[in-house]
Design a protein around this ligand. Structure first.
Ligand SMILES: [Zn+2]
Length: 170
């Protein structure tokens, strides 16, 4: 029990001192001391250096700083930094030409293709609908015929011929 507490306490103090000593990725890149109120440190920590390098390549440190400082609250700043990192990583790793716009473009094309398919299916459905209605009418007529047929035959031919003869005779 005591060992666990000591180990956890040791780890916590180690990570705290690491955070204090390590400059954020932008300050490290610019080889300057990272101040305690560094505006980029919360969004580009030292262990996300590649994310920063990609964002720096695409936007530049000055523009990243301008965009983050133009945000009104910490949530907007966090989202803006996340968006810049995502866009920069997408361009660096997957699509250097279109970046995230390539995903939007792909989805637009899929939507267009699905709309064309839907239009074609609705057109086919409109063509088959009158035929199926005619078939339904024929089926209803065929079902009615055999029911009315035997009833007429029963009325014409008596099931008890002997009784008729007995009635005539008496
Ligand atoms: Zn910094």
């Amino acid at each position: 029990m005591d060992d666990g507490v000591n180990v956890n306490g040791h780890e916590q103090s180690q990570s705290q001192s690491r955070k204090k000593n390590k400059a954020c990725a932008p300050c490290r890149h610019q080889r300057r001391r990272c101040p305690s109120n560094c505006p980029l440190a919360p969004y580009f920590p030292a262990d996300q250096e590649q994310d920063f390098l990609n964002a720096h390549k695409l936007f530049g440190v000055g523009n990243i700083l301008k965009i983050i400082q133009a945000c009104q609250n910490s949530e907007q700043k966090r989202m803006a930094a996340q968006t810049m990192k995502w866009e920069a990583n997408r361009r660096a790793d997957v699509d250097p030409v279109y970046g995230s716009a390539g995903i939007v473009w792909d989805f637009c094309q899929k939507i267009q293709s699905c709309q064309l398919e839907l239009h074609s299916l609705l057109h086919q459905l409109a063509l088959y609908r009158p035929q199926s209605q005619l078939q339904l009418q024929h089926q209803r007529q065929n079902v009615n015929y055999p029911i009315s047929g035997p009833l007429k035959l029963d009325g014409e031919g008596s099931p008890f011929p002997d009784q008729n003869h007995q009635n005539d005779g008496s």
